[in-house]
Design a protein around this ligand. Structure first.
Ligand SMILES: Nc1ncnc2c1ncn2[C@@H]1O[C@H](COP(=O)(O)OP(=O)(O)OP(=O)(O)O)[C@@H](O)[C@H]1O
Ligand SMILES: [Mg+2]
Length: 417
């Protein structure tokens, strides 16, 4: 006899308190966790750089650049530092404001300045003022109240690429422009790639690059600690299995060929929880994490489907890219280096390497298939060259599949008579 559950019961159980999540908000990108495993040294570095504020809060201007790949904790670490540092100074009777603005949303200075004013709860006329005038009002306000402002400009790369040089210059050389002797504003410039600063004039650049703090991609052990904290905050006790946490950490850990991106790891954890909930499972298992990963990486899945249909030489090209990635720890490789690595691999495999034109053709075809991405190298490298990267993260699974497919093509190749 088939047992069917009454519809009302299904809905009733779905409406009742989640048996998986305790506080799902703790998995949202805006959530600021109470601890930041493996970023304690960065908080310390920031504290040491800003320590001078404790002795001369009304006449110091400090500038720091924070750089690092996606999801390496730049935003969350800076915000946490700003808040805690403000509280510590306040305990010492010093007045500090910390304002965090995102330049991705505000591509010109005007709305940016307005956002700063509104964060400071400073009413300023929204019309008829130039950026310079508005900034002067903010500065006068800080001087009058003897408040120091740490201004964190997040995703500063966007501002560099979209705002005019004059605007950037104005922002970072504020004191000369305002001809004020008192210094009340410090800056934290947050960006993915500090190379982007090279498009700025030397004089602006020198002004910005006094201190650089680099955030490295996370390794799998570090991600495991970060995820374990989130599991404790967001999930019901003993619901997420430890193997599940390890599995997710290994997908994204830099040491395992992953991106080192904590955001993707947390997203995968949340998705795994949702899948467990839908399946009415009492715990979050590896299989849920696997499914979460493939849902999140649909494209990666599609690429995996295409590998087996590739011919031998395109596979050797992919293998060469992975070798270079592992050896040089870079995401994209210049065409010249790729050609050399490919030729070496061909020699190892006893294959005649294809010529330059045919190699390009293979790369072009794999780009159309969505397997590879190409990009022209920017300034800074001698000449212009094509940079090639895989369109999906290089995981152990991908590497294994490429090796396996390559081997089977080699075993089945027709020996020349
Ligand atoms: N050390 C850490 N401890 C706890 N959570 C972390 C840590 N590092 C990053 N996270 C979490 O990972 C996610 C991504 O971090 P964050 O937004 O700070 O990255 P980012 O470096 O600013 O990335 P992007 O360049 O894409 O802006 C956030 O949810 C953040 O809370
Ligand atoms: Mg960020």
């Amino acid at each position: 006899m088939k047992v069917t559950t009454k519809l009302e019961d299904i809905i009733e159980s779905g409406l009742s308190e989640s048996s998986i999540f305790k506080r799902r908000e703790a998995l949202q990108p805006e959530h600021i966790p109470s601890r930041l495993p493996h970023r304690e040294d960065k908080i310390r570095e920031l504290t040491l750089i800003f320590r001078d504020l404790t002795t001369s809060i009304d006449n110091t201007s400090i500038r720091v650049v924070i750089s690092g790949h996606m999801g390496t904790g730049k935003t969350v670490t800076t915000k946490s530092f700003g808040k805690a540092f403000k509280d510590k100074l306040s305990e010492r009777g010093l007045r500090l404001e910390y304002v965090h603005v995102n330049c991705h949303r505000q591509r010109t200075l005007y709305p940016l300045v307005m956002e700063i004013a509104s964060s400071l709860k400073l009413p300023i006329p929204t019309r008829g003022l130039s950026v310079q005038e508005a900034f002067k009002i903010i500065h006068d306000y800080l001087v009058k109240r003897n408040v120091h402002l740490i201004l964190a400009l997040d995703e500063f790369d966007y501002l560099i690429k979209t705002a005019s040089q004059e605007d950037i210059y104005f922002l970072v050389r504020l004191y000369d422009e305002l001809s004020s002797s008192k210094r009340h504003i410090s800056y934290i410039f947050i960006m993915r790639d500090e190379q982007d600063l090279s498009i700025l004039d030397r004089s602006i650049k020198d002004h910005i690059i006094r201190n650089i703090i680099r955030f490295e991609p996370y390794g799998s052990g570090e991600l495991k600690d970060i995820l374990t904290d989130r599991v404790n905050e967001a999930f019901q006790p003993n619901v997420v299995q430890e193997e599940t946490i390890s599995y997710i950490s290994e997908i994204y850990g830099r040491d395992k060929g992953g991106s080192g991106n904590a955001r993707s790891a947390i997203e995968t954890l949340e998705m795994a929880g949702k899948i467990a909930e839908i399946k009415n499972s009492p715990s979050v298992l590896i299989e849920h994490a696997k499914e979460a990963n493939s849902r999140i990486n649909v494209e990666a899945g599609e690429v995996l489907d295409e590998i087996p249909i590739l011919e031998l030489h395109p596979l050797i090209i992919l293998k060469a890219i992975i070798n270079l990635h592992n050896r040089l720890k870079v995401d994209s490789v210049p065409m010249g280096k790729l050609e050399k690595e490919y030729a070496d691999l061909c020699a190892e495999l006893g294959e005649e390497p294809r010529g330059h034109t045919q190699l390009y053709e293979h790369v072009r075809r794999m780009k159309l298939m969505g397997i590879l991405e190409t990009q022209q190298s920017g300034k800074g490298m001698r000449g212009r060259t094509t940079l090639i990267s895989l369109a999906v993260p290089i995981t152990g699974d991908l590497e294994e599949l490429i090796n396996r497919t390559m081997r089977s093509k080699i075993d089945n190749r027709e020996e020349p008579l």
